[in-house]
Design a protein around this ligand. Sequence first.
Ligand code: HEC
Ligand code: HEC
Length: 291
Amino acid sequence: MPTTLSPQALPAHIDALTRAARAMTGSREDADDLVQDTLLRVLARDRAVEVEAAGAYLHQALRNQYVSTLRQRDRRPRTAPLESEDFRLVAPTSGDPSAGKTLFTQNCGSCHTMKNAGTSGTTGPNLDDAFGSVRTPANGSFDESTIRDVVRGQIAYAEPPMPQNLVQGDDADSVATYVAKCAGVPACGVQATGAQATTTTGATTGGGGGGGAAAAQGKQIFTENCGGCHTLKDAGTSGTVGPNLDDLKPPTAVVDRQVTNGGQVMPAFKGKLTPAQIAAVATYVSSVAGK
Ligand code: HEC
Ligand code: HEC
């Protein structure tokens, strides 16, 4: 139902706007100013906006305000290149979605479900649900660049339990671009680059190097499901939500039990990983931790 956007409707959106603004400006103070200027501008006139569209509308207003601020601040002719950092964050197609898919699977999938990436984490919101619905005209038709800003802001300014800056710079842009294209659009057609498409072959070519193949499988299971929360040098992961496993050096049985049942914060993987997969990751962790 179209209503006039009123000051009462704004607080619900300010957190998300501030995160997006911080990703654009790179500074808390500038972000607060940008959000304030945007809201002042939006409230200066009566705006008839669908209630559900208010978020998308405000994010678009924020982006417009940011671009006009850049142009004012930088009095050179419009053809002069913007500072590269600013430009990267404004340009709607800057990231590489294929690289983003790989990075998403490695860094985000342990906490977030997203069909196209094949991830099923449940600690954070399901991103297909979060961004699928806002793409429809009834819900405001968020465009890709708006979703990208929101995701980029979330990566940089996440609050616990989601760690800040799990991926940075170009990598963060790529993840944001990938999520913007594929969240809620499982058939987006993005192929992961550098993906370890070797899992299944690795696991089935047991013959000569059974131990090696099982270790490779355990490592991949770890990278995809655990690395976002745990540091483990052999797997190249640096999560800090759970204990550093190189320091903990847990025996196989402890890992097996913890993965199966979960902890207070850590989700249970029973039903998500097969007993064989849990055994593989437990063997892998106990054999490499601290080495
Ligand atoms: C340790 C678990 C964890 C990891 C790893 C993680 N997240 Fe999150 N994420 C969360 C939680 C919990 C929330 C909800 C809390 C909040 O909104 O601040 C969240 C919220 C979000 C949101 C906001 C969704 C919405 O409905 O507004 C986005 C977008 C997001 N995460 C993207 C990512 C991306 C991209 C990565 C990888 C770079 C990532 N997350 C890694 C736990 C995680
Ligand atoms: C969402 C974050 C998260 C994910 C994903 C996660 N963990 Fe954990 N893990 C934790 C936290 C937090 C703890 C501390 C105990 C608790 O849950 O309160 C923990 C504890 C552990 C422990 C220590 C158990 C003990 O008794 O000391 C092991 C081992 C472990 N995790 C392994 C794994 C493995 C292997 C995976 C992947 C299959 C995994 N974790 C996935 C957050 C996570």
